[in-house]
Design a binder for this molecule. Structure first.
Ligand code: FES
Length: 112
C-alpha cells in the first residue's frame, strides 16, 4: 500500500540553498534542503537529544548539529561524523522523505 503524498505548498525555487527550511508534516517536523538543484528532506531535529539540527551549519550536503556536533549527510540521512564509530552508533541516521514535484509545481513528500 502506498502512503499518500503530503503537499508542502512550496516550490523548489522558494528554498534558500544556504539554509534548511523546517516544515511540519504528517510525520513530524522535517527540513527541506536544496542542494545542487535537488531538494532533500530529512527530520528537522537531531536523533541524539532532539537538538535543532536544521539550525546547524551546512557544508555541502553535510549538516552539523549545533548541540554536540553530530554530522549527517542530508542526501542519504546517514550519520557521517567520527564519533559514530567511537560510540558504535552508526545506525542512528535521519528519517527521510522522498521528494517529488506535483502537477501544480509544488514539492510533494512521501515517507521513505
Ligand atoms: S542533540 Fe544533536 S548532536 Fe546531540
Amino acid at each position: 500500500m502506498s502512503e499518500q503524498a503530503f503537499d508542502t505548498g512550496l516550490s523548489a525555487e522558494q528554498l534558500d540553498p544556504e539554509r534548511p527550511r523546517p516544515i511540519e508534516t504528517p510525520w513530524g517536523m522535517m527540513a527541506l534542503y536544496r542542494i545542487d538543484g535537488r531538494v532533500h528532506c530529512v527530520q528537522a531535529f537531531c536523533p541524539h537529544l532532539e537538538g535543532p539540527l536544521f539550525e546547524g551549519s551546512l557544508a555541502g550536503n553535510v549538516i552539523t548539529c549545533p548541540w554536540h556536533a553530530w554530522r549527517y549527510d542530508v542526501t542519504t540521512g546517514e550519520r557521517v561524523d567520527l564519533f559514530r564509530a567511537r560510540f558504535g552508533d552508526a545506525a542512528r541516521g535521519l528519517a527521510r522523505c522522498e521528494v517529488s514535484v506535483g502537477p501544480r509545481g509544488t514539492l510533494l513528500l512521501r515517507r521513505a
